[in-house]
Design a binder for this molecule. Structure first.
Ligand code: NAI
Length: 341
């Protein structure tokens, strides 16, 4: 059986997890090249896992014609440029979210993807591949809750990571709370409600850490969205969750509702001692979405081998960026933003 040879760029928090999955957990692909701007990082991964090629220059990796696909897990500001270069060099491409930090660059990259329809392009909206989120989609499509009319999402990062984030945000612009974090929820809302956003109002602040305001970002915020079909979206995002990593979604329909992840329980254990009954929570995205990160990459590789397209398209990237950007604009201007303007 042919194996898809993959080169990955970005070996940070998520890139390393993807690299390990590609190298060891997916039988029909091989991790053939690794790339990052930090030489020690690249050498460490190359030596630890015996990867044939390593690069500190992305353009050099694209000259390696042994590769079939490029996997992008670099900071968000590089995605559009790296997607464009990889497609133009003849590779299939997987890119981490978000597609772009600005609508203009997302629209430009969409043109490049559309000009390379013989290549598989996939975006890392891994929640669609999480078993619970996928089961919820099936139930909605089956009509189990009637017509979905409201979606309420919590996307909360652990407070323990806030210092790291502030360091990360200063060095690499993430797009801000809504484009960086709520983007998954915005994509889920479009997917579940089968409609696009019409208007949005977003507010937030730096409550526990005023430094967020210095970088024009919110530590905790909320966006309220009216969709074209009049459905409602409430998107809470934050980086100061004391109990850990909390991703919760509720979809209310005309005949019922679905909740996913109401309590972010890490396992089945209840610890009973002098503090009472304690259930531990997830401590981060790698733990909560371990299965989804693997399943999305399996799908990408299978799409290449079976010559089919993934369900997550560049259009999903453009629309979620459009909405995320509108949330950011509303937060910054304190105005209601109409996406049709
Ligand atoms: P990170 O900062 O931990 O790692 C970034 C990596 O890219 C590092 O290896 C760094 O050396 C490398 N790098 C930086 N500039 C580069 C360049 N110009 N060319 C090549 N390599 C470069 O970042 P993290 O947290 O792993 O995030 C990476 C991307 O993944 C971001 O776009 C982020 O939005 C996305 N992400 C997605 C998540 C999801 O749930 N789908 C969760 C976390 C991150």
């Amino acid at each position: 059986m042919k194996k898809v040879k993959v080169g990955i760029v970005g070996l940070g928090r998520l890139g390393c997890q993807h690299a390990e999955n590609i190298a060891f957990r997916i039988p029909n692909c091989e991790l053939t090249a690794v790339c990052s701007v930090v030489e020690d990082e690249v050498k460490e991964v190359q030596e630890k896992w015996g990867i044939p090629y390593s690069y500190t220059n992305y353009d050099e990796m694209l000259k390696n014609k042994e590769l079939d696909a490029i996997f992008i897990a670099s900071p968000s500001g590089f995605h559009c440029e790296q997607i464009t270069k990889a497609l133009q060099a003849g590779f299939h491409v997987f890119s981490e979210k978000p597609l772009g930090l600005y609508l203009e660059e997302a629209l430009e990259v969409q043109k490049v993807v559309d000009a390379h329809l013989d290549k598989v392009f996939m975006l890392g909206f891994m929640r669609r591949y999480d078993k619970s989120y996928a089961a919820a989609k099936q139930k909605i499509d089956n009509g189990d809750i009637g017509d979905p009319i409201l979606i309420r999402c919590y996307g909360l990062d652990p407070a323990s990571q806030m210092d790291n984030f502030l360091k990360f945000a200063k060095a690499n612009y993430s797009g801000g709370l809504f484009l960086d974090m709520s983007i998954h929820d915005l994509d889920l809302a479009r997917w579940y409600m089968a409609t696009e956003a019409q208007e949005v109002w977003a507010i937030g602040g730096g409550y526990a850490r005023p430094e967020f305001e210095e970088i024009q970002d919110a530590e905790t915020g909320v966006a309220m969205v009216r969709f074209e079909n009049n459905a409602i979206g409430i998107f809470v995002a934050g980086r100061n969750c004391a109990h850990g990593y909390h991703i919760e979604t509720e979809i209310i329909g005309t005949k019922g509702s679905i909740r996913i992840g109401t309590l972010p329980e890490r396992n089945q254990i209840v610890l009973l001692q002098e503090n009472g009954a304690v259930k531990e929570c997830y401590d981060g995205f790698l733990e909560r979405f371990e299965q989804a990160y693997l399943s999305e990459v399996e799908e990408f590789i299978n799409c290449i081998l079976e010559k089919r397209k993934p369900a997550v398209t560049v259009q999903d990237g453009v629309e979620s960026t459009k909405l995320g950007y509108a949330c950011k604009k509303s937060f910054e201007t304190r105005q209601l933003v109409n996406l049709q303007d």
